[in-house]
Each structure stands twice: as structure tokens, then as C-alpha cells.
Write a new protein. Structure first.
Length: 428
């Protein structure tokens, strides 16, 4: 009996040794895997650093596209489930906060516009509208010179005076001669208004290109725009939920589409967020290149590119140069939305010899039917003066309804054309 016990003890000891070896093997295996993983990561980091300025191969782009797109789509799905507001909800960068004097000017501007159309209905024509910066207590404001055709000038002035007295008592009008009026706010001259009662008939035709930005979030709005029977170019956000479908709809309607390329704005992320697919100034050259190609792949029939936000990025020479080189390779054009006066786009376009256009006017910074109509008439005046105009709007319901009304009263000397056609006649 004692001998048998010894054998059992020996077996138990051997079993315990095997178990200890198995237990000790597990952390050793983990350490080896960890070392191998870190080595692979180090090798990848060195490779990407060494090839940072090289153009990625199609195979590289394809594999990166697949993984990045999968992650971004998953992210978008999670975000949309958590919150109904899409990450592209903000159309444009927030305008800087105006001082009290400029707020008063904006209020008077809207009153002027509303009175113009109430008094003269759809017969108003803007002959000229210029503005230049002036200063009060070191704060800038726009002094405006407006020449208008109105059939009933006296009626307009009388109604405008009544409204100013009720809504803006800080403003007053002075008649300088039979057709010239000065508008003063707090006793400071802010507007010089010239009213013409004889209609001026243009002697030549002019061209207008109309772009609607921030398309891709609503098929209904895109369809309404395409059904307006106007030459409209839709600028599509790359990761918006309906971009692909709308791009196809536009193609069926023989309308052009552009890539509305998200770019870093000033104040990101506190005051503005460009959304998925955005280019940032702290990205590496290769990341900028790949992100742009990913965005472009989502709008494959784009004829050109314009910036979504981008007040910071369009002023970033190194980053814009990388994007412009890719645009040139694909024979596209770049339309600068001019979200900053510091944009380097024009200079770089000349340097690299790429097709370049720039926005003349935003239609709907003020979302009011009469204000948008005023901007459309102002766009017509710009076109008649310089031969063409580029106007940008957004898919607001009021913008769509105003465009629908305007098309029936549009100046007959204005021809709506596709924006890409301007690249052949526009000079820097």
C-alpha cells in the first residue's frame, strides 16, 4: 500500500509541473505577440514616414479607402441613431458677431428690401450696388451706394420713412436732390440711394452660374431644385446620406454636380464643424491626399470642387497645393467659396495653371424671401456689369421657393449656364 501511494504522488507531481509549464507559457506567448505587434507597428510608422511625400499606389488607396469608409459609415450610423441632427447640419461657418452699429445697419437693410418689393412688387431692378469699408470708433461697417430702378419712387420713400419711424427710429432719410437720398444711422451716413424711374434696357447679354451647396441630406429638396427647370449645379457633401442617389438623379436630369469639399474653418471645433471627410491643417501630406481622393470617389461624376467652410484651410498654402495638384491631374476646376479674404486659392491656381473660379455673391445669408430676391437682382446687376456672375445658395425651403418665383421674372438679358462653362471665359 505505501508503494502505490508513492506512485500516485509521483504522478501528481508530474501533472502539477505540466500545468505550471502551461500556465507560464501563456504570458510568454502574450509577450511574444506584443513584441511582434510593436515591431510591425514600428515598421509601418517608418515606412509611412519615409514615403510621406510619395503618391500612394492605387492598391494602397483601395485598401485604405475600404477600411476608412467602413469606419466612417459605422460612425455616421451610430451618430444618426444617437441624434437626429446629422454631423453636416450646419450649412456655413458662423458669421462673426456684429457690433451694435452693424446690427442696426442689417435691420435697416432688411426694411429697405422689404419696402422695395412691397411697393414695387416684381418690377424692381438693381442697376448697381457697391459697398466699401468705413470705420466708426475703430469698428468697420459697410457704406453702401445703391442705384435702383423703381416705377414709383415717391411711394417707396414715403412707406420706407413710416417703417423706419416705427421699427428703426435711430435711422433717418435725407433727400439730396430729385433722385438721390442719404440714409443715416445715429446721424452717420451709411447709404447713398439713387432712384431711377426710367427703365434702363441692357444692350448686351450676360451669364449667371447658380450653385447650390450642401446637397446630400435630403432627396426631396434636391428633387425640388432639379425640377425648377433652371441650369443649377449641385455641390454634394461626400458623406451625406443621399449623395450617391442625388448624383445619379442630377445625371438623369443632365445637371452637373460638384464635390463640396469639407475643410477646416476658423474656430473649429467650438464655433463650426465641417463634418466627415474634412481636410485639416495638421494632417500629413499623405493623409490630405488620401482623404481628398476618398471624398472625390464618393462623387465620381463631379466636374469641379468647391470648399465647404474652410476659412482656415484655404489660407494654408502647403495643404491647398497638395489638393490643387490632384485637381489638376483629374482636369477638374476649383471654385473658391471665399469664406476668408486670406484664401491662397487664386495665387496657387495661377502658379499651377488650374481652372479657377470664385464666388461673387451668397444668395441666402438672410433667410427671407425678399432678401433672397434682392440678392438675385443684385447678381443680375453684377452679371450685366462684368459679363458673368457666380451665385451660391443653400437648400433652404425659402431659397427654393424664391428661385421658383424668380425664374418667371428673371431679367431676359441674363442667361443661366452651367458653372463649368465659365472656366473657358473667366480670367483670373
Amino acid at each position: 500500500m505505501p508503494k502505490k501511494t508513492t506512485k500516485k504522488r509521483k504522478k501528481t507531481t508530474k501533472t502539477r509541473k505540466k500545468k505550471k509549464q502551461q500556465i507560464s507559457f501563456s504570458p510568454l506567448l502574450f509577450i511574444l505577440i506584443l513584441i511582434a505587434g510593436l515591431s510591425a507597428l514600428g515598421a509601418y510608422f517608418i515606412f509611412t514616414r519615409l514615403s510621406l511625400t510619395k503618391t500612394p499606389t492605387p492598391k494602397q488607396i483601395k485598401s485604405i479607402n475600404a477600411s476608412h469608409t467602413k469606419i466612417k459609415k459605422k460612425h455616421l450610423k451610430i451618430q444618426s441613431n444617437k441624434n437626429k441632427k446629422h454631423s453636416y447640419q450646419q450649412y456655413e461657418e458662423e458669421q462673426r458677431k456684429e457690433n451694435e452699429f452693424n446690427i442696426k445697419i442689417n435691420k435697416v437693410d432688411l426694411l429697405l428690401i422689404q419696402n422695395l418689393y412691397q411697393t414695387n412688387q416684381k418690377k424692381v431692378r438693381i442697376i448697381s450696388h457697391k459697398s466699401k469699408l468705413r470705420y466708426i470708433h475703430n469698428n468697420p461697417y459697410k457704406f453702401q451706394e445703391i442705384i435702383l430702378y423703381v416705377p414709383n419712387a415717391q411711394k417707396f420713400i414715403n412707406n420706407f420713412k413710416k417703417d423706419l419711424k416705427l421699427v428703426a427710429p435711430f435711422a433717418s432719410i435725407k433727400k439730396m436732390d430729385s433722385s438721390i437720398y442719404y440714409l443715416l444711422i445715429n446721424g452717420i451716413l451709411t447709404h447713398r440711394i439713387v432712384l431711377k424711374t426710367k427703365k434702363i434696357i441692357p444692350t448686351k447679354k450676360a451669364k449667371m452660374a447658380l450653385i447650390i451647396d450642401d446637397i446630400g441630406r435630403s432627396i426631396k429638396k434636391a428633387t425640388q431644385l432639379l425640377n425648377l427647370d433652371l441650369n443649377i449645379t449641385l455641390s454634394l457633401l461626400p458623406y451625406a446620406p443621399y449623395t450617391s442617389k442625388i448624383s445619379h438623379l442630377a445625371m438623369l436630369k443632365e445637371q452637373d454636380v460638384m464635390l463640396h469639399l469639407p475643410m477646416e474653418p476658423e474656430g473649429y471645433p467650438i464655433s463650426a464643424n465641417p463634418g466627415p471627410g474634412a481636410l485639416f491643417v495638421n494632417m500629413s501630406p499623405q493623409d490630405l491626399q488620401i482623404t481628398f481622393l476618398q471624398d472625390l470617389n464618393l462623387v465620381p461624376n463631379a466636374v469641379g470642387v468647391n470648399n465647404h467652410m474652410g476659412s482656415r484651410f484655404t489660407a494654408f498654402n502647403q495643404g491647398m497645393k497638395i489638393i490643387f495638384k490632384e485637381i489638376k491631374k483629374r482636369n477638374l476646376f476649383f471654385l473658391d467659396s471665399l469664406t476668408t479674404p486670406k484664401s491662397v486659392s487664386r495665387k496657387l491656381a495661377r502658379e499651377l495653371n488650374i481652372a479657377y473660379l470664385r464666388r461673387d455673391i451668397f444668395l441666402d445669408n438672410v433667410q427671407d424671401e425678399k432678401a433672397i430676391l434682392f440678392q438675385l437682382h443684385k447678381a443680375e446687376a453684377i452679371a450685366l456689369k462684368k459679363g458673368f456672375v457666380i451665385a451660391i445658395g443653400h437648400p433652404y425651403p425659402v431659397t427654393i421657393s424664391t428661385l421658383s418665383a424668380w425664374k418667371n421674372t428673371k431679367n431676359s438679358h441674363i442667361q443661366l449656364i452651367k458653372v463649368k462653362k465659365l472656366t473657358s471665359i473667366h480670367t483670373f
